[in-house]
Every structure is written in C-alpha cells, then in structure tokens.
Ligand binder design. Structure first.
Ligand code: AMP
Ligand code: ZN
Length: 121
C-alpha cells in the first residue's frame, strides 16, 4: 500500500493543529475530535499523532494509552446522555478505511438511534 505523504495527510494536519478543530481529549500520542460526518450524536475519532497507516503499523506499546483515551471519550459521552458506545477501527480499504492514518471511532449509542451495528459486524 502506498503511504500517503504526512504533509498531505488530513489527520496529520489536524494532529499538528494546522486545521482548527474542537479537541475532545489529548494525550502525548493521541488526539480525539468530532467526526465530520457523525453517525450518532457525539461520534468521535481518536487519531494517533504520529502517522501510522493503520493499527498494524501502530506499536503495541501505545495500546494502554489508546484504551485510556477510548474510555475517557466514552465516559464523557455517557455523561452527556448516551446509553452505550461502539468502538470501531477500519483497517485497509476493503474494511472501509478511507483515511489512511490509524484511527478509532467511538460511536455513542442511544436507545432510538439509527446506527446499525450489524452492518459492520
Ligand atoms: P474511515 O477511514 O472509514 O474509518 O473513516 C474516516 C472518518 O473520518 C469518516 O467517518 C469521516 O467522516 C472522518 N473525517 C474525514 N475527514 C475529517 C475531518 N477533516 N475532520 C473530521 N472527521 C473527518
Ligand atoms: Zn497522517
């Protein structure tokens, strides 16, 4: 797979704060911000600050930090009224990955939302 140049990568640009974006959580290695096309209210992306193409490219040593950010985002959305959440990572285009920079979706769930998890698992 051809690696996208970091300078042109939209998530690298957001991580470098070249693009104005509401930041929901930030740690040394990750940044969380709203998905531009939210599937449910509060849909959030957690993006590595370094340019990894997908989760296979990401060192396992970042796993604890990533889980911590997932939990912080999810707890925030539960406090705001969600009743649950899905964590989704699309890896490689055949799995639906569009932005070739590693990221995780946190999708808050509501009792009567339209999101159909059975379309992805
Ligand atoms: P995927 O690569 O399929 O996991 O999805 C990429 C996600 O990034 C989609 O849900 C898009 O709506 C979202 N997205 C793409 N560009 C931006 C952006 N500039 N700001 C926020 N979200 C974005
Ligand atoms: Zn990138």
């Amino acid at each position: 797979m051809e690696k996208e140049k970091k300078e042109d990568c939209i998530f690298c640009r957001i991580a470098r704060k070249e693009i104005k974006q509401e930041i929901i959580e930030e740690t040394d290695n990750f940044i969380a911000f709203p998905d531009a096309n939210p599937r449910t209210k509060g849909h959030t992306l957690i993006v590595s600050k370094r340019h990894f193409v997908n989760m296979l490219d990401m060192p396992a040593s970042l796993g604890n930090e990533l889980l911590d950010v997932i939990k912080r985002v999810a707890e925030k959305r539960l406090k705001e009224g969600a009743s649950g959440f899905n964590v989704v990572a699309n890896n490689f285009p055949v799995a639906g990955q569009i932005v070739m920079h590693a990221h995780v979706h946190v999708i808050p769930r509501y009792k009567k939302d339209e999101f159909k998890v059975r379309e992805i698992v």
